[in-house]
Design a protein around this ligand. Structure first.
Ligand code: FHN
Length: 601
């Protein structure tokens, strides 16, 4: 009995600690973290080309070929002749998803072309009527998913449909579309087809809509969306709905998760479930024009990066007209799945930790309250040299253990801990070529000091406005320009004070450098750096001009680094660093950063 109570307590406490789940039905989505997107339809037969011409748009979205290249329906449907209807086997897609460590599949049941890849009674424009032998790919896929215990979702283009005369297509921006006529499309195609998909193919885990605008910017009414949402809730109450329904999660928290833009990775921690739809190359539907594929490393970092911000990643395949998946995708999926097989504990069921996600320059932290009742902080290491010391700043409890995870075992690591600073000695060889994983164990969720700037590689501290503890005064944020040749900066026209907090883990001496652009030769403008009781004054230097890009007559203001002074940190401990900038609107300063670097003789 005691054991059962302990397990129940652990499960209950894990739910409390988990990221906020607005709808209990989204718990699996938050835990699973990683899914497969499938774009497959008539457009797969075009391969991103039509009569010798590629798709007429630089995003290279091959699934848009009919609209972009203005192909009449009577010609477009001839693409069905290119399909090898005997060969297409959706079970292969399910097996690939499992191999990649993906926990759910979402397939384009009906994309913008209006072509249903199931035997739809609501519209003749469907695969069953144009395949020989007759196929219902949704049926085959749903059976394969059931066989392999893979969750299945449907993408459905409810707003845009190039086939139905009264549905939305972007040419209606010119030729207009009457709301009443749009409702005819809605009632005679969208609602019946949604009912078919929710009724005839078993348990459906999500409906992924694809209206990337809010409904009030479109012809779709909120009532129509609520009718659609309520239909889903009525037939499949556990089925998730994404924000591209056209109802934002802010407007209606019955929407289960937020979908970011295409390939838009997270930048901030959301406490609401969210997901990035992503491609391995550029196009969603199969395109023979692809020649740039993301690396396995970058995809893993994207997945871990989203999890470190409480998000998911849904990664796309675009099978060809015979159902095969391009080698470049299969190879990456196999490598990703291999990594997740041994290190997936830092992804599945994991979530954001309480420190700033981008605090450390060696990688990202994820967190999990595991089923054994321990609390794991996972250090997902992207960049460190073997045999070096890994510095972890900001956790205020000493871990019970630190392990380096390898495919064979957990290697116990030696470490030193001091207040908020953990130094972990790494072995001389690291097990994984992509991402190495250190697992820290704690008896309870460790508390943190969120205001610290982490010690960077080569024992530096990078101090910027973005990682400051506080600031007072006025500034203008300038984005980077011309491919970064003019770096992002903050422009100060009068006075600004910025403060940081660091922890110095040993008596040491540091250089204090700063970078800025200043274009006046005579000024009374200056900056002061105060570190605890010591103060360093620095009158602005005229930084002049430089060539931004050779042979382009592109002359730009120079952003230049200057040394303000050196400082001895005699004692281990916390130090407050304050920068005060004093100038005037006639003498604007464009400031970037402070950099403290340890002087090692
Ligand atoms: O227009 C579609 C596009 O073809 C593709 O399906 C993507 C996937 O997220 N959604 C729309 C563009 O964002």
């Amino acid at each position: 009995m005691k054991k059962i109570l302990l397990i129940l307590f652990v499960i209950f406490s894990i739910k409390i600690n988990c990221q906020n789940i607005v709808n209990e039905r989204a718990q699996w989505f938050v835990n699973d973290r990683f899914g497969m997107f499938i774009h497959w339809g008539l457009y797969s037969g075009a391969e991103g080309n039509w009569k010798g011409e590629k798709v007429r748009y630089d995003n290279d979205y091959a699934e848009w070929i009919q609209y972009r290249n203005q192909i009449d329906k009577s010609e477009y449907i001839k693409l069905s002749k290119r399909f090898d209807w005997n060969k297409i086997d959706p079970e292969e897609w399910v097996l690939l998803a499992k191999k990649a460590g993906m926990k759910y599949i979402t397939i384009t049941a009906k994309h913008h072309d209006g072509f249903a890849i199931w035997n739809s009674k609501a519209s003749d424009f469907n695969i069953y009527n144009y395949s020989n032998p007759k196929r219902d790919i949704i049926k085959d896929l749903s059976e394969a998913c059931k066989k392999h215990n893979m969750k299945l979702g449907f993408y459905y283009s409810h707003w845009t449909d190039w086939e139905h005369p009264y549905a939305w297509d972007n040419s209606k921006e010119i030729y207009w579309l009457d709301k009443d006529k749009f409702d005819i499309y809605w009632q005679e195609k969208v609602i019946p087809q949604m009912r078919e998909l929710l009724t005839n193919y078993g348990e459906i885990s999500m409906i992924w809509f694809d209206m990337w605008l809010h409904h009030d910017q479109t012809i779709v009414s909120k009532d129509q969306l609520l009718q659609l949402k309520n239909l889903i809730r009525e037939i499949q109450p556990n089925c998730l709905i994404n924000s591209r329904l056209g109802l934002s999660v802010e407007e209606d928290d019955d929407v289960d998760f937020r979908t970011l833009g295409d390939n838009q990775l997270g930048e901030y921690k959301f406490n609401y479930p969210w997901q990035t739809p992503a491609t391995v190359a550029h196009s969603w539907g199969y395109s023979k024009n692809e020649n740039e594929w993301k690396s396995t490393t970058s995809i893993l970092r994207s997945l871990i990066g989203n999890v470190s911000l409480n998000g998911n990643l849904m990664l796309n395949i675009g099978p060809t007209s015979d159902g095969s998946v391009p080698y470049e995708i299969r190879k990456r999926f196999s490598e990703i799945g291999e990594w997740l097989k041994f290190y997936g504990k830092s992804v599945y069921g994991a979530e954001a930790f309480d420190l700033r996600s981008n605090l450390h320059d060696w990688g990202l932290i994820t967190y999990k309250h595991n089923m054994q009742g321990l609390h794991n902080v996972f250090l997902n290491i992207f960049d460190i040299k073997p045999g070096k010391i890994l510095n972890v700043t900001g956790i205020t409890q000493k871990p019970l253990n630190a392990f380096l995870i390898s495919k064979k075992s957990k290697i116990k690591l030696k470490f030193d801990f001091n207040k908020v600073f953990l130094k972990i000695k790494l072995p001389t060889d690291l097990p994984d070529p992509y991402v190495n994983l250190i697992e820290l164990e704690y008896a309870k969720r460790p508390t943190v000091d969120k205001d610290l700037v982490a010690k960077a590689k080569y024992n530096g501290y990078s101090l910027k406005l973005s990682n400051s503890e506080s600031h007072e005064g006025n500034y203008i944020s300038n984005k980077s320009k011309r491919e970064g040749s003019i770096p992002a900066n903050i422009q100060v026209n009068d006075s600004l004070k910025i403060s940081w907090k660091i922890f110095v883990d040993r008596p040491s001496k540091f250089n204090i450098d700063t970078s800025y652009n200043f274009q006046k030769k005579i000024t009374d403008g200056y900056m002061t750096v105060n570190i605890n009781e010591k103060s360093y004054q620095h009158p602005f230097n005229y930084t002049g001009k430089t060539v931004g890009e050779p042979i382009e007559d592109y002359i730009i203001d120079k952003f230049k680094s200057s040394t303000i002074g050196t400082i001895n940190f005699d004692d281990v401990g916390f130090y407050n660093i304050e920068l005060k900038i004093n100038t005037s609107s006639q003498n604007p300063l464009q400031w970037q950063w402070l950099w403290l670097e340890e002087i090692t003789d």
